[in-house]
Design a protein around this ligand. Structure first.
Ligand code: GCU
Length: 675
């Protein structure tokens, strides 16, 4: 989006030779994403190759040879002799055809045309002017971002300043940053934003805020992005003054349908609703002995006449669980709450499932719910905001983690059952499905607080479009677009980024024990003692001799049995459970020998030293890029990587000392305990 000039004269010359002479926009309405696309192409070409092309709205066929044409397939076919085969397009898809001196960008819809424009701009900004004929369709229709912004302007689990959407109980008067953010999201093919927290405030729906939300939607619309909203289930009572929010009560049903009509009057293209119900103290249908499906369907019926959808979160569990009961397990909750509801949700309901069964931990197995509700449309919830991953004070490049989950094979009915095929709707033939990413950008000019963290948001959008892309290739493209073509910069950013997740796992929580952070308040910094002996259920069951959750069917919580039988059998058996999930599924002595040959406790000691050691290399490697990156970004990244290196040592020593104190087993290499 910087549209920085091509730094290489030879490439620039090639670029200039391949350029068309005019941009033809097949739509002249200022609110159309096609219009936006044409303006963006003009700005991008000017920035990257220094040519200022005119935008024309005249569609004469003779211009085609030296034109860059952008529009919908329907408009293109109406105006030009050559026909584009629309049957090959999925909604939001596009065709990009680059031939010497002519470029055709045709979208299935207006948004698709904008995506095609950004695809072209991304290519030329990376110095790629090659001829191409690319038909690109999204893997899944839902490619949303969620924000946990509160009306007072604070952001739950946000690490980059205040909200760009809200303040003082209202939508902000100045939405300039929202427009910039919409541009950013459109460039990575995101099609809807939910700006308000899942822990939703009923006042979001008062008349003043509906007008404000309308202004947000107006700002998003030229970028092809729809607005979605988080709802507070008790709104009919909290805001409407009813004495109930029972989803089957006629007064409640009509309250919601009137409120929905009011919303659609101001925002006719509202994407739909996001609902967190009966979770962590939030109100929901269970209060009235109604099912979660009754709750979801209430909203599904309300938005159905307008073509809206409901993302209903599966993150429902008891946060006052009794730690003393060996068989209690928060990881079982989603399947227990949802599997008997399969088939009971209306067609426009999508169950939104966090990637793992606990909560965005540094390593979790894929959430078993994905393979338990075949009749129900499903979306995967990922977190771009690094709640448990160092809160942007540490940098963790997360796509390798996401890819492991998306590529996980449940082997349901002994057939290939990849998470990415399930959420695309392919595996179980669901009509909807896709991706929800919790982003939590703020007013910080870097958006996420750490310049390198933007690679996570970039990758999220690209993977939601095509989950088969490689985490490495995405990163290389991002780096080239963000920091230029210098090979040292590319290599350093790549090496650091790809080392971050393994290092963070090593120093914060390995072998599937979860991120050993402070569970009770901050979710930041080491605090292994906080995991156990409370109702939150992020338990490790560490004793003086043993550690790990026994999730076997045989002797534990039965969680392994929630997976389809082949996978269940693998996790049930300690021999066939991978080392990196051993403590997720099994309660073992510290002296248990891993497949690597090390004992669990020695692995802890070694991994914490290795991870902290790797983190020491980050600021050193970055330092070598001085003068190759602008001073501001260089210094700001260096500051955070230096902090991360120091804090990794704090993590290392806290965790190692904690388990040494518990187990009294010395480190074989003499670093922990016996000195
Ligand atoms: C986590 C997070 C909360 C959030 C919740 C959710 O528990 O710490 O801040 O509200 O997830 O996803 O609903």
């Amino acid at each position: 989006l910087r549209y920085a000039p091509i730094p290489d004269d030879t490439i620039l010359q090639q670029g200039l030779e391949s350029l068309p002479s005019v941009i033809v926009s097949l739509n002249s309405s200022r609110v159309s994403p096609v219009y936006t696309a044409a303006k963006e192409l003009q700005a991008g070409i000017l920035g990257v190759v220094g040519e200022n092309l005119n935008v024309s709205y005249e569609t004469t066929a003779s211009e085609q040879s030296s034109s860059l044409i952008v529009g919908t397939a329907a408009a293109f076919n109406d105006n030009y002799g050559t026909q584009v085969d629309v049957s090959k397009f999925a909604p939001d898809g596009f065709l990009l055809r680059v031939k010497k001196g002519s470029v055709t960008i045709v979208g299935q819809n207006e948004r698709g045309a904008l995506y095609g424009a950004f695809e072209y701009l991304s290519r030329i900004a990376r110095g790629d002017f090659a001829e191409v004929e690319l038909l690109s369709n999204p893997d899944a229709p839902i490619r949303w971002v969620n924000h946990w912004d509160n009306l007072d302007g604070s952001i739950e689990r946000g690490y980059a300043g205040l909200s760009i959407f809200f303040g003082n109980g209202l939508v902000l008067p100045d939405l300039t940053r929202v427009a910039q953010y919409a541009r950013l999201l459109a460039s990575i093919k995101i099609n809807a934003i939910v700006p308000n927290n899942v822990n939703a405030n009923a006042n979001t729906l008062n008349a003043t805020n509906i007008e404000g939300l309308g202004r947000i939607a107006d700002v998003l619309r030229p970028w092809g992005i729809q607005l979605g909203l988080s709802l507070n289930f008790a709104s009919p009572q909290l805001l409407g003054g009813l004495n109930t929010f029972d989803p089957l009560e006629p007064a409640v049903i009509s309250w919601w349908s009137e409120k929905t009509a009011e919303l659609y009057k101001r925002v006719p293209d509202l994407a739909g609703f996001l609902v967190k119900a009966n979770s962590e103290g939030q109100p929901g249908p269970l209060t009235y002995n109604r099912t979660l499906a009754d709750g979801a369907n209430l909203f599904a019926k309300a938005v159905q006449p307008y073509g809206g959808i409901v993302l209903f979160r599966a993150f429902v569990y008891n946060h006052h669980a009794d730690w003393n009961v060996w068989t209690n397990d928060r990881a079982n909750a989603a399947v227990e709450f949802f599997n008997h509801l399969d088939g009971k949700f209306l067609d426009n309901v999508v169950v939104q499932i966090k990637y793992g069964a606990i909560d965005f931990q540094v390593r979790e197995p894929a959430n078993p719910l994905f393979a338990n509700i075949p009749e129900t449309s499903k979306a995967i919830e990922l977190q771009i905001t690094q709640e448990y991953l160092g809160q942007q004070s540490h940098f963790v490049y997360i796509p390798p983690l996401w890819k492991e989950i998306l590529d996980f094979d449940f082997r349901d009915e002994s057939k290939t059952s990849l998470v990415r095929d399930i959420v695309a709707g392919r595996r179980y033939n669901n009509s909807l499905g896709g991706y929800a990413g919790v982003v939590n950008v703020g007013t910080n000019t870097s958006w996420l607080g750490h310049h390198l963290a933007m690679s996570n948001l970039y990758a999220y959008g690209l993977l939601a479009w095509d989950p088969t892309l490689s985490a490495e290739d995405i990163l290389d493209d991002w780096t080239r677009l963000t920091f230029g073509f210098d090979p040292d910069v590319l290599k350093t950013v790549s090496d650091i980024s790809l080392a971050t997740w393994p290092a963070y796992e090593d120093y914060s929580g390995n072998l599937g024990i979860q991120t050993l952070t402070d569970i009770l308040y901050t979710h930041f910094g080491p605090n292994p003692a906080s995991q156990d002996n409370n109702g939150w259920g992020q338990w490790t069951r560490a004793t003086q001799t043993h550690i790990g959750m026994d999730r076997t069917v045989r002797n534990g919580t039965g969680n392994a049995g929630q997976y389809p039988h082949e996978v269940a059998a693998a996790f049930e058996n300690i021999e066939t459970t991978p080392d990196n999930l051993i403590l997720w599924f099994h309660h073992v002595p510290y002296t248990h020998r891993l497949k690597s040959g090390k004992t669990v406790i020695q692995h802890f000691y070694d991994a914490h030293y290795d991870g902290a050691q790797t983190a020491q290399t980050f600021p050193v490697r970055w330092e070598a890029l001085r003068n190759k990156i602008d001073v501001q970004r260089f210094e700001e990244v260096l500051f955070r990587l230096t902090y991360q290196a120091g804090h990794a040592i704090v993590w290392r020593d806290s965790i190692n000392n904690f388990y040494h104190n518990l187990s009294r087993i010395d480190d074989e290499h003499g670093r922990v305990g016996n000195h």
